[in-house]
Write a protein that binds this ligand. Structure first.
Ligand code: NAD
Ligand code: IPM
Ligand code: MN
Length: 351
């Protein structure tokens, strides 16, 4: 019997708690050996006592847990979005979770908005750099509110940061039996940052003779992703481009309600979350699609070495999609809880 995996659960705001409750239901039904600990870091908590991340919160997560499962952050009552910045971006940066891995997999033809597109046509992974780029919060404003106002937002790219994310993409390709890695940038315009990415990509790709490297400008990639998604295998790009392109990619899978992700630093406590946000208009209505969170839980299980349970969950979600046991955003008629119940039942060992 393997040791129990210690999971920190942070449901967050809006639909976060609803979809995470279903992911938890399914994880528990799978019979995986787990101890779950819930944390209330959220807009609600921040509005109550002004705390976003308790003192030493990230050190505690790294020390006491094997993985973290997150819902979503964002609440109309917190206009500054300071809590999301401190909790979500804080976790990515301060825990150095440098690889944001976002699988893009079409489970059933009925979910894809493109004509004549089958599951085998949409099956790739986006590796998004997660600790640098335009997200570093460097910049400033001069002459705010005046006609001469100047705002700068810096895009910071380090040699070490670029190298490790590119290497991660090649290693992921190798370990998952994929054959191609495409790097996307805007080096035709942003020549300093793009130049670094180009040079390092050339160097790193030369070490992986079994993997075919290629390049596209990020704007061309958006076009190609819609016109011919089957050409992609592993895509690696910077933080901001990765953010944008994974919402587009989510649409190919049936929408944000279907998309899973992991924020990973190999060998350290890593964090898993659905790609979608807190969708405030859907909150409290039992309509949010929990499949993104449930697939995220499966991804976390896979990362923790619980491959059998991960496989069971992925198969159950696939079967739920095929039988249209889904929420309305993907064409079904069930509520959030009912989808969770169906999948939990499907992964439960026979009584
Ligand atoms: P969103 O992902 O919450 O919603 C975008 C669209 O997708 C909406 O139409 C929404 O109804 C739909 N959608 C999202 N998740 C869904 C689900 N599970 N089931 C069915 N439909 C779903 O993005 P937004 O509206 O741009 O942002 C809302 C808030 O969430 C903002 O505060 C934003 O900053 C935050 N946000 C947080 C995260 C995160 O915590 N990881 C990610 C994105 C956005
Ligand atoms: C995502 C989200 C976040 C990001 C926001 C909420 C900070 O859009 O995880 O894709 O931009 O990374
Ligand atoms: Mn995003």
């Amino acid at each position: 019997m393997s040791a129990k995996k210690r999971i920190a659960v942070l449901p967050g705001d809006g639909i976060g708690p609803e979809v995470i409750a279903e992911a938890v239901k399914v994880m528990e039904a799978s019979g995986a050996p787990l101890t779950l600990t819930h944390f209330d870091w959220s807009a609600e908590r921040y509005l109550r006592d002004g705390i976003t991340v308790p003192p030493d919160g990230f050190a505690m997560l790294a020390r006491d847990f094997d993985a973290i499962l997150l819902g979503a952050f964002g609440d109309p009552r917190v206009k500054s979005n300071i809590h999301a910045k401190e909790i979500l971006l804080g976790m990515r940066f301060k825990m150095d979770l440098y690889a944001n891995v976002r699988p893009v997999k079409l489970l059933d033809e009925s979910l894809c908005p493109l004509k004549n597109t089958r599951p085998q046509d949409v099956d790739f992974v986006v590796v998004r750099e997660n600790t640098e780029g335009a997200y570093v919060d460097a910049g400033g404003v001069l002459g705010q509110g005046t006609a001469d106002e100047i705002a700068t937002q810096e895009d910071v790219n380090t040699r070490k940061g670029v190298e490790r994310i590119l290497r991660y993409a090649f290693e992921l390709a190798r370990s998952s039996g994929r054959k191609r890695v495409l790097m996307a940038d805007k080096s035709n315009v942003m020549a300093y940052a793009g130049g670094l990415w180009q040079r390092v990509f050339k160097e790193v790709s030369a070490e992986y003779s079994d993997i075919a490297p290629s390049h596209m400008y990020i704007d061309a990639l958006c076009l190609a992703m819609v016109r011919e998604p089957r050409q992609f295998d592993v895509i690696v790009t910077n933080n901001m481009f990765g953010d944008i392109v994974t919402d587009l990619a989510a649409a190919l899978q049936g929408g944000l309600g279907m998309a899973a992700s992991g924020n990973i630093h190999p060998g350290r406590t890593s964090m898993f979350e659905p790609v979608h946000g807190s969708a405030p208009p859907l909150a409290g209505k039992n309509v949010a699609n929990p499949m993104g969170s449930i697939l995220t839980a499966a991804m976390m299980f896979e990362h923790l070495g619980l491959a059998t349970e991960a496989q069971k969950i992925n198969s159950a979600v696939l079967e739920a999609v095929r039988q249209k046991r889904t929420t309305q955003d993907v064409g079904g008629e069930l509520g959030t809880r009912e989808v969770g119940d169906w999948i939990a039942n499907a992964v439960s060992p026979p009584a």
